[in-house]
Design a protein around this ligand. Structure first.
Ligand code: AKG
Ligand code: FE2
Length: 218
């Protein structure tokens, strides 16, 4: 994430998304449909639920992020700890109902499923360096993509597997995908996918995780 970017205040979120008087009602109108799942045989534990969050629910998430002023000045990351606020907690409920499609049951049966939400803002061209999430976070990580597409690069040894994330997609990482593979987003303004260039814009992601219970980690 870059710190040198300071013009996100120029984005008029209300003009982009309108203001929504019913924004205290959060749900996903495609919650009854089966997820459109993509998996990778090379990367056990990597699950992409494509277009899993409805357009309307994406707009409500973005409106809540705007209303709560998570991003301002140079701030491009916000963190909610403990009981998630209502505008995000429905995602946990949603993930519980979809759980078996996203994670092994040992993860989906824990309560709470998540106790942290990280909200990241990626201005066009920005990324996040390749990493494995800290071990203080338990297995089972969910990332919701909003606004812009990007390619997330999965890396292990000399293997590099691109994963296209589009707005409304939900990426689940568990097991090998969470612990053995690194993930990152390269700094570029467009991504080449199947010979086609996909232009990036401003991207927002919501990452849901749970802290491990013991304090015996590095
Ligand atoms: O933006 C994303 O989708 C992933 C963010 C991420 O990997 C992280 O915050 O650890
Ligand atoms: Fe990460």
């Amino acid at each position: 994430m870059g710190n040198d970017y300071n013009n996100q205040d120029n984005i008029d979120w209300n003009e982009l998304f309108g203001s929504d008087d019913s924004s205290d009602e959060y749900d996903n109108d495609n919650s009854n449909t089966k997820l459109n799942i993509k998996t990778w045989s090379l990367i056990p534990g990597l699950v992409l639920a494509k277009e899993a969050i409805s357009h309307e629910a994406q707009m409500k998430l973005l409106q809540a992020i705007t209303d709560n002023r998570y991003f301002h000045d140079d701030i491009d990351q916000a963190i909610c700890f403990g009981t998630l606020p209502k505008h995000f907690s429905w995602l946990e409920t949603w993930a519980k109902t979809k759980g078996s499609e996203l994670f092994p049951s040992v993860i989906t049966s824990r309560r709470p499923l998540f106790d942290q939400a990280f909200i990241n803002l990626y201005p066009k061209g920005k990324g996040i360096k390749s990493h494995v999430d800290l071990l203080r976070f338990d297995d089972g990580i969910l990332s919701i993509s909003l606004l812009s597409s990007c390619v997330m690069m999965m890396k292990k040894d000399n293997q590099k597997i691109p994963v296209v994330l589009r707005p409304g997609d939900v990426l689940a990482l568990s097991g090998e995908a969470r612990y053995q593979w690194e993930h990152g987003i390269e700094e570029k303004t467009s991504d080449q996918v199947d010979g086609e260039w996909i232009e990036r814009g401003t991207r927002v992601s919501i990452t849901l995780r749970k802290m491990v219970q013991t304090l015996n980690f590095e």
